[in-house]
Design a protein around this ligand. Structure first.
Ligand SMILES: Cc1ncc(C[n+]2csc(CCOP(=O)(O)OP(=O)(O)O)c2C)c(N)n1
Ligand SMILES: [Mg+2]
Length: 361
């Protein structure tokens, strides 16, 4: 058939720092030493805080959680590009970004011990984590659309979600409305190759997850998600577009979930150790440290000092967790609707009666 070409598209990818820490100098973003060191510090704190939490969970001192080890770059580097006026709307694997926004590590621990109080923090315009896969993308579009209607030109909403979330209707609905309304949203897909035990290749036939945005008229790019400089540059460009009235962007950050899906999962049952070992070689922390060393901003002595400082900070968060007792267990019922409702109150009463007492944790 003599078909006439009608629409075509192209997905471009960006890498600035390769896995050995080699820099593409022409692409290096203009970040101050202070910003670069803050990024390294936050990513390091997220790694250590995550690994310590895994031990706490195994000791029964904290509840189920989804580790973020290996995925520190996309949330942290994106958050670095954001301002306090932007909304941070995460899923559940954005610890580094939440730390960058100012959420205390202790809040993360307290929340994952089942206490709603862990969601009460001072960080600017930062939403609590969202477990419902993909739903938060809609919240972000709503926030961004509201900012647009109010004429807040300095405000965008940034939302994070996984590769699996791109199979959800919510994700496509969010992209569709973001496109139609030209809402100032930055969609950041943390493509960590797995949705629990489903690999990327069984999730979709599409060559990239980024191209899913094209169908909705939303520009999209792919970045090396273990390269903090590429993530920062892509996020900055997308945020500048959003703030300038240019509408939404999708960034697919290609990364890897180095640990289990959550602490209730055993990945050795469905994936090869060799694959995991390959991705450890692309550890974002190792390559970023090499980059900082080459810039003369880092050395072994500074590393040792940072490790000691972070060890103390993590210990403090653990102490805050251990001290966090006496929170009412029915707190979640307060926040379902934001106002009291008869049906919710009935459920609260049932819950408390089921426990035999208005227990305190
Ligand atoms: C709507 C919905 N369906 C199913 C689940 C159970 N669930 C939790 S995480 C997850 C996989 C998510 O995969 P992905 O989006 O790739 O994020 P990742 O866990 O890899 O960060 C599933 C199916 C859920 N929480 N919400
Ligand atoms: Mg995933």
């Amino acid at each position: 058939m003599p078909w006439t070409p009608l629409a075509s598209f192209e997905i471009k990818k960006l890498q600035i720092l390769d896995e050995h820490g080699n820099l593409d100098e022409a692409l290096e973003p203009r970040l101050s030493a202070e910003q670069l060191l803050r990024l390294y510090r936050v990513m390091s704190l997220a790694r250590e805080g995550d690994q310590r939490m895994l031990k706490l969970q195994r000791q029964g001192r904290v509840g189920t959680f989804g580790p973020t080890t290996g995925q520190e770059a996309p949330p942290a580097a994106t958050a670095l590009a954001m301002t306090e006026r932007d909304w941070f709307v995460g899923a559940f694997r954005e610890l580094s970004g939440m730390l960058m926004r100012g959420v205390p590590l202790a809040s993360h621990y307290i929340f994952h011990n089942g206490w709603e109080e862990g969601n009460v923090f001072e960080a600017p315009r930062t939403l609590p984590i969202s477990i419902i896969v993909g739903a938060q993308t809609l919240h972000a579009v709503g926030l961004a659309y509201a900012a647009k209607l109010r004429g807040e030109r300095d405000t965008a909403a940034v939302t994070f979600f996984g590769d699996g979330a791109t199979s959800e209707g919510d994700f496509h609905e969010a992209l569709n409305f973001a496109g139609v309304w030209q809402a100032p949203v930055v969609f950041v897909c943390q493509n960590n190759q797995w949705a629990i035990s489903i690999p990327r290749r069984r999730q979709t036939r599409a060559e990239t997850l980024a191209q899913k945005a094209i169908a909705h008229g939303v520009p999209a790019v792919q970045v090396d998600g273990n390269d903090p400089l590429a993530v920062y540059s892509a996020a900055k460009e997308a945020l500048d577009r959003a703030h300038g009235g240019g509408g939404p962007t999708l960034i697919e950050a290609v990364t890897y979930r180095l640990m289990m899906h959550t602490t209730s999962d055993d990945p050795t049952r469905y994936r090869e150790e060799a694959e995991v070992a390959e991705w450890w070689k692309r550890d974002p922390l190792v390559r970023f440290r090499k980059y900082l060393e080459r810039k003369g901003l880092w050395d072994d002595q500074r590393q040792a000092a940072l490790e000691e400082e972070i060890r103390r900070e993590v210990e403090e968060a653990v102490r805050a967790l251990e001290a966090a007792k006496g929170f009412p267990l029915d707190a979640p019922f307060e926040h379902v609707l934001g106002t009291r409702h008869e049906a919710i109150e009935r459920q609260r009463a049932e819950f408390l009666a089921g426990r035999g007492e208005a227990d305190h944790g």
